[in-house]
Design a protein around this ligand. Structure first.
Ligand code: PMP
Length: 399
């Protein structure tokens, strides 16, 4: 039973009044520290970056670049390896449309997995339309992990990229990134990791993971919407062509020709997400202050507790492995997840019901949708109890 971090609820105005918010995998509520940092960046401290000759702008530029260093430290990477993007989705599209277009051609192959979020499927399909690259899909183990043994069997020298989720947004299953990186590299491929659900829950160290690209969104790690990052090895970023053209990404512009800034600025056209970057850095400070080891334990404990409780019911099907982190998908016999979600809402319990932007995974599970409860650092046993009570009430209504 998790009682480790119960005192945090008070820091989150978004769940004041006892709302049982169990949709953190969609987006996390924000601690007051992040709200304050964002309000100050937008108010008291606001100015543009990289351009102004006045002191406020110079200060904001320092704060903005400090946010890049903060992000690098959070990931265990270097600041030149951090590209600010609008989020994970944009980061994957950036890699597909720059690295992918430059390096992949007909005859090459990409390996994804059955459990990927649409944002780690559709950009590669769009790349397939442009380049003729083929896409293979790594199956899952019976309990809902990416089957890395199968990946080893599938990979050939034709594979140039493997792109996998670190933590499944539906099943909470955790990928052994280091093993996936070793297998990809042995085949001569690069590894892109979708870290959206891992970044808030698992301590990250790019050197130890040994992947080549890592992407995440700040709004899932207690930061603001509209920002995230792409981490990529410096040598890879340096060799990638620019993507969006405009201000801030250039070295020199004439009508005959433009030359480009080095990475990461080459990939950040236009006025950047100044406020969002400072908010993201504050979120990383806040989360690191709690400690990622504690966060992971908390999320594993809550998922295990909920799985154990739901496992006692003979009218519930649980999806995903026993050791999932922070995310539990399930079905209540004879009740559509949307109906369950609606009744739970009346009880002040917010879960997600739907395909979770993972329709191929729903096809694999043989369901149109699942009910998903997902935890954050503010979640506690009371939230689980409220969910179980709501499920019981739903059972009584549906018979
Ligand atoms: N990948 C995973 C595993 C996710 O959970 C999400 C968000 N649900 C995304 C990618 C996309 O993130 P965003 O919408 O913030 O770009």
């Amino acid at each position: 039973m998790s009682t480790a971090i119960l005192a945090l609820k008070d820091e989150f105005p978004g769940i004041a009044g006892g709302w049982h918010y169990l949709d953190t995998a969609a987006t996390a509520q924000k601690p007051q520290a992040v709200i304050d940092a964002t309000v100050n960046a937008l108010g008291r401290d606001y100015a543009t970056v990289h351009r102004g000759v006045y002191a406020r702008s110079a200060e904001m530029t320092l704060a903005f670049e400090a946010a890049r260093r903060r992000t690098a430290a959070f990931l265990g990477g270097a600041e030149e390896e951090i590209v600010f993007t609008r989020g994970a989705t944009e980061a994957i599209n950036l890699v597909a449309q720059t690295w992918g277009v430059e390096n992949l051609k007909a005859g090459d192959r990409i390996l994804l997995s059955t459990l990927e979020h649409h944002s780690n499927i559709v950009p590669w399909q769009m790349l397939r339309e442009r380049t003729g690259v083929a896409i293979d899909v790594c199956p899952l183990t019976a309990d809902g992990r990416i089957d890395v043994d199968e990946a080893e069997r599938i990979l050939t020298p034709a594979h140039k990229l493997v792109a996998l989720a670190h933590v499944s947004n539906v099943l909470g299953s955790v990928l052994d990134v280091r093993r996936a990186a070793d297998l990809a590299h042995a085949a001569g491929a690069l590894l892109l990791v979708d870290g959206c659900q891992a970044a808030p829950r698992i301590a990250l160290d790019m050197a130890a993971l040994d992947c080549d690209f890592y992407v995440f969104s700040a709004h899932k790690l207690y930061g603001p919407t509209g920002i995230g990052a792409l981490w990529a090895r410096k040598a890879i970023l340096d060799a990638m062509p620019p993507w969006h053209g405009g201000g801030a990404m250039i070295d020199r512009v004439t009508f005959e020709k433009s030359t480009y800034a080095p990475a990461p600025q080459r990939f950040e056209a236009g006025t950047p997400m100044i406020v969002e970057a400072l908010g993201m850095a504050a979120a990383m400070d806040w989360l690191s202050g709690i400690g990622l080891a504690r966060a992971e334990q908390h999320e594993r404990d809550l998922a295990a507790r909920l799985r154990a409780e739901l496992g006692k019911r003979n009218d519930v099907t649980l999806f995903g492995p026993e050791d999932s982190v922070g995310i539990v998908s399930f079905a209540l016999d004879g009740v559509h997840p949307h109906d369950l979600g609606t009744i739970l809402d009346e009880e002040g319990v917010a879960i997600r019901a739907g395909h979770h932007c993972a329709q191929p995974l729903m096809d694999h599970l043989g369901v149109p949708a699942t009910a998903r409860a997902s935890f954050g650092l503010y979640s506690d046993d009371n939230d689980i109890e409220a969910l179980l009570k709501g499920i019981e009430r739903t059972r009584r209504i549906f018979g």
